[in-house]
Design a protein around this ligand. Sequence first.
Ligand code: G4P
Length: 282
Amino acid sequence: MSDFHWYPGHMAKAKRAIAEDLKLIDVIIELTDARAPLSSRNPDIDAMANGKMQILVMSKSDLSENSGNTAWTEYFRSMGHDAACVDLKTGNGMSRVKSLLVDAASKKHEKDKKRGIRMQRPLRALVCGIPNVGKSTFINSMAKKNVAKTGNKPGVTKGKQWITVSKGIELLDSPGLLWPKIEDERAALNLALLGSMNDEVIDLERLTSELTGILKARYLQLLSKLYGVSEEDDTEAVLSKIADEMNMLQKGGLPDRERAKQFLIDSFRSGKLGRITLELPE
Ligand code: G4P
């Protein structure tokens, strides 16, 4: 699990590295976490893209709700982004990403033809995103046995390796690291709930009360089925019910709410609570 330690120096370095990679590519594949796609993306990439094609891939869609996945895909499309949801554990949704890349390649082909370019090079893509959104897993899934060492070919930057996704489409084998854009407390809480932020930054108490709030508002059925929680239960009551149900008891038989807090957060992160989307488009 990654921590965020984004001092201005780190941020400037990451920004320079991405800017260098952007010079080599035609398409940006930005990964975000489908459970909170807005909090886990960095919109700065839109300006850095400077008109390059962009594909937004929401990973971990196996952990988020289907209706949320559909709503976010439509939202990003309405904002002009090609978007797709993927489950990188099973590869579900990857064919959609590949077909978006094929579309992008044919757009590039047409553009090159109009410009009179006859020796067309492959479409090149870069995967980027904040820590923990599945960049390495995505690249590995694309790579399988297709890593092509093209570093010594003329016209290709030395040291860079490209993965052939399909004929005429290549992916840079190392991801671009984006920094989180924490614009408000809600985004910070969402990132902390996803496990993408050092757990010491936001205390467990605050995190648990945020999560129980979301669960009670939108996933009460789930809480009620698992732990017998009802609408009138406040955070403390929810934690007591979880502790009772899971047999987490202190000496003297009282429910161990401290243990229940960590258990609830871990169960959310691993998907054991069920498929949960933390934020929805407005
Ligand atoms: P990063 O390069 O962006 O930092 O992310 P990375 O690929 O390392 O993925 C971070 C974690 O998220 C990994 O779990 C990875 O397995 C998991 N992951 C990535 N995509 C998906 C997905 O679509 N669904 C689910 N359920 N998990 C996904 P880990 O705990 O670090 O390792 P492990 O569980 O694979 O052992």
